[in-house]
Design a protein around this ligand. Structure first.
Ligand SMILES: Cc1ncc(COP(=O)(O)O)c(C=O)c1O
Length: 426
């Protein structure tokens, strides 16, 4: 099929993420990808600033991950997980237990980030149900969060950007505190957590769990907040008999400069979700990790088990690649690379602060964000970036990059230069 036919068919029949079926924005056809480059069907190469929505930490077409996938495909691509188990799942979970906070010992392998959040929410509600406290079934979270697109996850996304009005009456209603207002490096004041504390005080008998993205609120606004906020939340959860769910789906596996963002606060959740970079961006896989207390609480209830079990649970292919991806990450100098990216992003993006259309520039780990005063025109700006040879997909007022960790100084420089050039005219 010629390129025109391909894009035409795509426009007419294929739904893209958050895209209208009436006059959709163009989707650029990709033929292949290698390292930090996407190769378009017309031969153009783009340096990828998105790591395919933050997953592809080792770059594309990585020989080690390819080998893991090929080896597993020749052995067994999939087998049901009910009543069966396999080495890829055991090997992956063994690694996850080594690198995540020690109290997390029981792992549910889910098929995507959103599903791992659904599972986390179910775990929290079922835990209290099993303990004879079925009235504890609400969640407490903060505004500007994002936890996925399924109903349970949507209900804890920011009510405005998550468009709760469309699904009013269908979505469960939860408690929302204001988004954390204390910046990552800002001095702490107890007033920052007062609103959150008030909601906890008032509703602790109804609240099963708090759910938060630790330190970085991603798709809800790319906001970075003080680790002290997390420490305070952990303390409040303990004082109020409420579980803490940390959603590390975007932050996990080194993106913020720590392997997991909760390490900044030195705290451990009761339940934790990981996904995205878990397989180095090769396949859809996520995991919900829980403490023994949570797992045994659920299992001792009348149901006798956690009520969840998807068809592709523990998919061996995804587990094999994930185990290889973790080994690859840990065997390389990821911390140094992310720290270097942070320094370069800070140096090269901070001058954008002086552009008239720019509201803020912020960098943490391998995340570089320019927040504009007004929302950007995605169609226009996307085209400008492609013409400059980079793949950067802004949303709302945010022009940001989260590149693969293997990016070199020159390619990262091309990304920051392109961002600076584009935002100066907005
Ligand atoms: C923090 C967070 N949680 C959950 C999700 C949902 O993951 P998925 O898109 O794999 O369902 C995302 C995706 O962007 C995310 O950033």
């Amino acid at each position: 099929m010629a390129i025109d036919g391909l894009t035409q068919f795509d426009r007419e029949h294929i739904w893209h993420p958050y895209t209208s079926m009436i006059g959709p924005l163009p989707a650029y056809p990709v033929a292949s990808a290698e390292g930090v480059r996407l190769v378009l069907e017309d031969g153009r190469e783009l340096v990828d600033g998105m790591a395919s929505w933050w997953c592809v930490i080792h770059g594309y077409n990585h020989p080690v991950l390819n080998e893991a996938a090929k080896k597993q495909i020749d052995t067994m691509s999939h087998v049901m997980f009910g009543g069966l188990t396999h080495r890829p799942a055991v090997e992956l979970v063994r690694r996850l237990l080594e690198i995540t906070p020690e109290p997390l010992q029981k792992v549910f392998l889910a098929d995507s980030g959103s599903i791992s959040v659904e599972v986390a929410i179910k775990m929290a509600i079922q835990y209290w149900y099993s303990l004879g406290r079925p009235e504890k079934r609400k969640l407490l979270t903060v505004r500007s969060g994002y936890h996925g697109d399924t109903f349970g996850a949507m209900a804890v996304c920011d009510p405005v950007t998550g468009m709760h009005n469309i699904f009013a009456g269908i979505l469960p209603s939860h408690f929302f505190a204001d988004a954390p207002a204390c910046g990552f490096n800002e001095p702490w004041d107890d007033g920052y957590v007062q609103g959150f504390r008030d909601l906890m005080d008032r509703h602790q008998d109804e609240i099963a769990a708090v759910i938060l993205e630790p330190v970085v609120q991603g798709a809800g606004g790319m906001r970075f907040y003080s680790p002290e906020y997390l420490r305070q939340v952990r303390k409040l959860c303990d004082e109020h008999d409420v579980l803490l769910i940390l959603d590390e789906i975007a932050t996990g596996f080194g993106r913020t400069g720590k392997l997991f963002a909760c390490e900044y606060a030195g705290i451990s959740p009761d339940i934790m979700c990981v996904g995205k970079a878990l397989t180095g961006g090769y396949l859809s896989l996520a995991a919900t990790l829980a403490t023994e207390n949570v797992a045994y609480g659920i299992s001792s209830g009348s149901a006798g088990c956690l009520m969840h079990g998807p068809t592709f649970m523990g998919n061996p292919l995804a587990c094999s690649v994930a185990a290889a991806s973790i080994d690859l990450l840990l065997s390389g100098p990821w911390e140094e690379r992310v720290a270097k990216m942070e320094t370069q992003l800070k140096t090269e993006l901070s001058p954008c602060m002086h552009c008239p259309g720019v509201a803020d520039v912020r960098v943490l780990g391998a995340i570089g964000v320019i927040e504009m005063i007004k929302p950007v025109d995605m169609a226009v700006i996307q085209k400008q970036f492609v013409e400059k040879g980079v793949w950067i997909r802004p949303f709302g007022k945010l022009v940001y990059v989260m590149p693969p960790y293997i990016i070199n100084e020159q390619d990262l420089g091309l990304l920051t230069r392109s961002m600076s050039e584009v935002v100066k005219d907005l």
